[in-house]
Write a protein that binds this ligand. Structure first.
Ligand code: V47
Ligand code: SF4
Length: 379
């Protein structure tokens, strides 16, 4: 079937490295078939990252699941007095860090609930305990939602909060908490937590302090195409200003055990579409991550030809998706990741959190040069 004039115009823009508009995004999301979308996204992916597919060696730490908020999509949170609730002690954190060291991890990814009774100092101490246990481990911690909560607790500006965390050893921030920026959607899925503008303001502040951060979008619940494209355009505008985002991660809603359990999980086709759409709209992001824990290994592997260039990592101890029904393993070995990537026809490259090559010699590792063939800029 001949491509529509609309698609041909978008294709021309992509080939010429021109920016796609909000309306282009809406057209692609609503009307474009997944294979055409994937083919275009793959052009941009290879232009930016060649044949490389990145992964890292990381562990997760969710120091508490007790949370003051009640996001309807969340199966991870617990009430303060629930038998499900847990909170890590310093010794438990040290044990997790030593386990990370033994596994040769370069990164610890830390996010959790907003505990009713823990002061800001407790969250600072989580970072400090990690740093004091093993200072080589990169601490990627606390989402924009958590920074907003700390600012509420301390009555201090975001900048002050971020500076205290950087002093304690914070290396970068993960992209969680963004969900969907649209106010109407947010009112339905996470009514009380930081709004979309606050999330963006916090990331702007973090970039201003030299922190690199990630960004996410939670799709496949009550949002519509216009909300997804609006979300991507708002991220793209901030990235134009700061250049501080490293990676974008589209997150598929997992309904099990949540307040929206009646909604079907997004299909594999929707997952691939979101990867491709993100790659095409976020022309100023270097990387698009296919988070295998959430997508499953098969879709994640396929996503490497639909715009994604990163699979996240070995990810030991993941809870957020497993509480919400993810059937993926809790971790993959490096050789399993290599196999997935090679089978997809890509070249595996171990990166650290800041996308520098990790060079290993047995249990020892050192950090090499950044590995982005084309740096941030229009595609
Ligand atoms: O903000 C929570 C999402 C996020 C569910 O920056 C859910 O490298 C689907 O942000 N179904 C936290 N999604 C995880 C996150 C993340 C993951 C991997 C890598 C990075 C990174 C960041 O998980 C939350 C929320 O959007 N989430 N519950 C659920 N039931
Ligand atoms: Fe709390 Fe985060 Fe779950 Fe929302 S998504 S309820 S903020 S743990």
């Amino acid at each position: 079937m001949a491509a529509s004039p609309r698609f041909q115009d978008i294709e021309r823009k992509v080939l010429a490295g021109e920016r796609l508009s909000f309306d282009d995004g809406l057209y692609l999301d609503r009307q474009c078939d997944v294979l055409s979308l994937g083919r275009l996204a793959n052009i941009v992916r290879e232009r930016k990252n060649g044949n490389f597919a990145f992964y890292n060696t990381n562990v997760h730490l969710n120091p508490t699941n007790v949370c003051v908020y009640r996001c309807t999509f969340c199966a991870f949170r617990s009430d303060l007095k629930s038998p499900r609730g847990y909170t890590f002690t310093d010794d438990m954190i040290r044990e997790r860090v030593l386990e990370a060291k033994e596994q040769g991890a370069t990164e610890i990814h830390v996010v959790g609930g907003l505990h009713h009774q823990k002061p800001f100092e407790w969250y600072v101490d989580v970072v400090r305990v990690i740093r004091d246990t093993w200072s080589d481990l990169h601490v990627k911690a606390w989402t924009g939602v958590e920074i907003n909560w700390f600012s509420y607790l301390t009555k201090k500006p975001y900048r002050w909060v971020l500076e205290r965390l950087i002093e304690a050893g914070l290396g970068s921030m993960p992209g969680g908490g963004a969900e969907i920026f649209d106010e109407g959607v947010r009112a339905q899925i996470c009514e009380h937590k930081a709004d979309g503008q606050s999330w963006l303001d916090i990331h702007r502040e973090a970039h201003g302090l030299g922190l690199r951060t990630n960004a996410t979008m939670l799709y496949g619940h009550v949002e519509e195409a216009k909300h997804r494209i609006d979300h991507l355009c708002r991220l793209r505008a901030l990235q134009d200003d700061t250049g501080g985002f490293q990676t974008f991660i589209p997150l598929a809603f997992h309904p099990e055990n949540t307040g929206m359990a009646h909604i079907h999980k997004p299909t594999g086709l929707m997952d691939l579409k979101m990867i491709a759409l993100s790659r095409l709209m976020l022309d100023n992001f270097d990387h698009i991550k296919a988070y295998w824990i959430m997508l499953g290994e098969k879709i994640a592997q396929t996503a490497l030809s639909f715009g994604a260039d990163d699979l996240d990592g070995t990810v030991v101890h993941e809870l957020i998706y497993h509480d919400a029904g993810a059937k993926t393993p809790e971790g993959l070995t490096v050789s399993q990741l290599h196999r997935m990537i090679r089978e997809a026809g890509r070249e595996p490259v171990e990166r650290d959190t800041l996308y520098r090559r990790v060079i290993r010699n047995g249990a020892e590792w050192k950090i090499g040069e950044p590995l982005v063939p084309v740096t941030t800029g229009a595609c």
